[in-house]
Design a protein around this ligand. Sequence first.
Ligand SMILES: [Zn+2]
Ligand SMILES: [Zn+2]
Length: 175
Amino acid sequence: MNIYKMDGSGLQWGRYCMVCNRHYTELKSIGRWQCRYHPLPVLKNGEGGVLSKYPDGSYACCGTSPHPYLANGQRNPNFNSTKLKGCCEKDCSGIQMLFTDADNIPYRAWPENLRIEIDPDIQALLRGERSYAHRGIQIDENNELFLQRYNKKRHHEIIKKADENAKKYINPLIR
Ligand SMILES: [Zn+2]
Ligand SMILES: [Zn+2]
């Protein structure tokens, strides 16, 4: 989304999230990370159990499987309805599935209505409080505020852990 070209009114348009189908407005959802995703794909074609400790049909990031039942009709122990939607947080979006650093929104680009929406959280942060709704509020190396659209820290932790597990695990058959 190119927010620079959006005036504040565009932030109030109702949209449906491409991932969770929630009806939302950017104004009330930007930076709140109310949606989820899996940072890594589902293991397939024998990758599971060879390149990962998780079996085929599970997400490589967290081992959750989208399939409630196995081929033999038994309950799938890796199915987990609470983790199914994703193990990492992101903003809802009717425009894109995933976010990157290219989607960061610097404070100077926030329309006035967005500044007003987020201001209580900025004040809470300035008071040193740890509880605020806009978890995407970040501070860059120049001490400037910006909004991050996904939990980048957690995204990288998940990928690092999956890499480490894969190195430890890689099945001796293919060494
Ligand atoms: Zn996952
Ligand atoms: Zn969503």
